[in-house]
Design a binder for this molecule. Sequence first.
Ligand SMILES: Nc1ncnc2c1ncn2[C@@H]1O[C@H](COP(=O)(O)OP(=O)(O)O)[C@@H](O)[C@H]1O
Ligand SMILES: [Mg+2]
Length: 258
Amino acid sequence: MTKVFAIANQKGGVGKTTTTVNLGAGLARLGVPTLIVDLDAQANATSALGLEKTPGRSLYPVLHGEAAAADMVVTTSTKGLSLIPSEVDLAAVESELAQGENYLGRLRAALAPLIDSGAHKAVLIDCPPALGMLSMNALAASDHLVVALQTEYLAMEGLGQIVGVVEQLKAAGAGDRLTLGAIIMTMFDGRTNLSKQVVDEVRKHFPDKVMDTVIPRTVRLSEAPSHGKTIFQYDAQSPGAKAYAALAKEFAAKFGLK
Ligand SMILES: Nc1ncnc2c1ncn2[C@@H]1O[C@H](COP(=O)(O)OP(=O)(O)O)[C@@H](O)[C@H]1O
Ligand SMILES: [Mg+2]
């Protein structure tokens, strides 16, 4: 059975896209057929995977009933890792979705045939940096919310907001399958006490949700996307590659993806 994960956080720049791309590549390398859905009009996941933004190639026509999700899937240079790309058109969906019927369930309906086909074991949805219609749709389409949480001061505060949205969605009758699946701590700086304190505090509140693997802040991880490469293609021996490989292993075991 295919499991769907929304990689989300209302803040930008916290490592959602970096985590989606490299966790996705890590899972594919473990033999888990994985699909990344780029749901951000900025298309950072698309370019990080070395693919061009192409007009008409995104979820936009799918959400408008003009194409099937399966028609938008492209392969990437990582074996076993596929992508539904994004492009600027997707920005318009944010306001259009709010007007239609079943406005929280549109993405779920659009992806259903692809998910039910079982072509992928894991679907990772890279959400935009806001809790708008697109992110809400992503959550309603998912089995698990995965929060990418930057290891920084006041991390807990932002976490409370997004976790609250899970309850709101359920109260609204959307996202009946959705649970808080995992919290991934990103950009950890081992040289500072603050980083350690933040991780400890989040673990204290969500002991069974925070992944054991913590992603360090490293320059190589920030360089890889501009080369259109995953961290495994860019520098396989780097600490960032080792961290995402460990995360993928832990993630696959936690969610029974193997
Ligand atoms: N662990 C990390 N170490 C160093 N830089 C990182 C790390 N994770 C992400 N970055 C960089 O930080 C910026 C924001 O990350 P990104 O994954 O795009 O966040 P988001 O998708 O949440 O906006 C990008 O420039 C990215 O390359
Ligand atoms: Mg992003």
